[in-house]
Design a protein around this ligand. Structure first.
Ligand SMILES: *Cc1c(COP(=O)(O)O)cnc(C)c1O
Length: 434
């Protein structure tokens, strides 16, 4: 016998029943809390999977909105009027030219560089967190951010009419800062790295009663990342891939793609399959890759120093869970240098017409490294997650992409310039060939 679904709010039937500690299993009400009072483990949302198996079908999902909210029964909100700004259902692109360059047979790109409204995967987690924040009665929302989260929180708070105050490290890229300020929140630029920003925010969360999307609302926020698993399964025709490659900051996104696949298997929406999970970090901030490499079960925090600022978390909250998933799925966690990250950004742009930010450059560079090391088999159906947009981190590629040819508004000036360009092209090709 399955239990009746317990609504946490009067609007509609919720499919989640509360929170549970990932470590000791202690249960809590679905409030704005994120740490177990008994063992300090992280709290996670609990669902009634029997009810989901009975009520959710491929058809019911497909007839839902063209956004993450088609998966609402798998998300921790009770309302059926969530904040929907068109987040999710981003393209899953078959990347034939990149695949050929790397020697893979079937490669797909999940392109969250064009996610709505702020061009990164963070719009998913924030749409869920702010919908839940509203249900829990918060009027001010906040976050500790490496850039993209501040963009999303500020934008979606504007849309929802919530007050917003965000905290960022003071050395972020100009595009990330501007892309927050435009929505008119209060922006605190903290003179310190992300881990210091995060510590400060934990104190503010305790004293101000604000909803911090990635602190006291973290159990709800993090569930939003599961939609990156659901969408790939649905877009592959209700099948799972053989191998996924995703970037790691706190490690949350990585663990939630895994959880999304597992849930779809559990409720019978896809066939069971052993998907391999590989993670990507920048060498200048690679505490999870180091733990994986050294076979450790704990994360040794580091001080970040890399151009991949959006994934520069030196003390990653979900690092140990990410290591565990990579290990048990026979995947890998690799890191790449800043130089390789820039080359990764260029490779994706030149082969597939997608301009990603440094996190995406990291992921592509790690993909390449894994293929070259034989750690991805050429016949595995592989999905690589591109999580952010390159227009936000323009300084990373400045000086590596050439210059426009400046010409006079005359045909002969154009012809001379074209000839020079073609000669240069030929020289470059000769260099490639020798
Ligand atoms: C935040 C972020 C990530 C990773 O997030 P975690 O869930 O903390 O691991 C990856 N890519 C981009 C572009 C991000 O902004």
């Amino acid at each position: 016998m399955t239990q009746a679904i317990a609504p946490t709010c009067s609007q509609t039937a919720a499919t989640f029943t509360g929170l549970k500690c990932k470590e000791c299993g202690a249960e809590y009400e679905a409030k704005a809390i994120h740490v177990c009072e008994l063992c300090f483990g992280p709290l996670e949302v609990v669902y009634d999977y029997d009810a989901l198996r009975r009520t959710v079908t491929r058809e019911s999902i497909q007839s839902g909105p063209n956004s993450i909210w088609r998966y609402r029964p798998f998300l921790p909100v009770a309302t059926d009027t969530p904040i929907d700004v068109g987040t999710g259902m981003t393209p899953l692109l078959q990347a034939n030219r990149l695949a050929r360059r790397l020697g893979l047979k079937r490669l797909y790109i999940k392109n969250d560089a064009v996610n709505m409204p702020t061009l990164s995967f963070k719009d998913r987690v924030v749409s869920v967190a702010l919908t839940r924040a509203r249900e829990l009665g918060f009027s001010t929302v906040s976050c500790a951010s490496t850039g993209n989260l501040a963009n999303s929180t500020a934008a979606i708070a504007s849309h929802a009419g919530l007050d917003c105050c965000v905290f960022i490290p003071s050395d972020l890229e100009a595009g990330k800062v501007l892309g927050t300020l435009i929505y008119g929140p209060t922006v605190m630029a903290v003179q310190g790295n992300y881990d210091q920003v995060n510590r400060l925010c934990s104190e503010v969360a305790n004293t101000h009663g604000w909803g911090f999307v990635n602190i006291n609302l973290r159990p709800y926020y993090s569930e939003g990342s599961k939609t990156l698993g659901y969408e790939v399964a649905e877009q592959l025709g209700w099948e799972l891939p053989d191998h996924v490659v995703a970037p790691l900051a706190s490690g949350s996104l990585f663990t939630k793609i895994y959880k999304g696949f597992q849930e779809f298997i559990k409720v019978g929406l896809v066939e069971d399959k052993a998907v391999r999970f590989s993670g990507a970090q920048a060498e200048g901030c690679s505490p999870i890759a180091q733990a994986f490499r050294e076979g450790r079960d704990f994360i040794a925090p580091v001080k970040p120093n890399t151009i991949a600022k959006s994934i520069a978390i030196g003390n990653p909250a979900d690092g140990v869970y990410a290591v565990d998933i990579a290990r048990k799925t026979n995947g890998n966690i690799e890191s790449v240098t800043d130089q390789e990250i820039v080359e990764g950004i260029k490779l994706l742009a030149e082969t597939e017409g997608i301009f990603t930010e440094t996190a995406g450059g990291t992921t592509i560079a790690v993909l390449k490294k894994l293929v070259e090391a034989g750690k991805i088999n050429t016949d595995e159906t592989t999905v690589v997650y591109i999580t952010g947009n390159g227009l936000k981190t323009q300084e990373a590629v400045q000086g590596y992409i050439g210059e426009p040819l400046t010409i006079e508004p005359k045909l002969d000036s154009f012809e001379r310039a074209l000839e020079r360009a073609q000669t240069l092209d030929r020289l470059e090709w000769q260099q490639v060939l020798v």
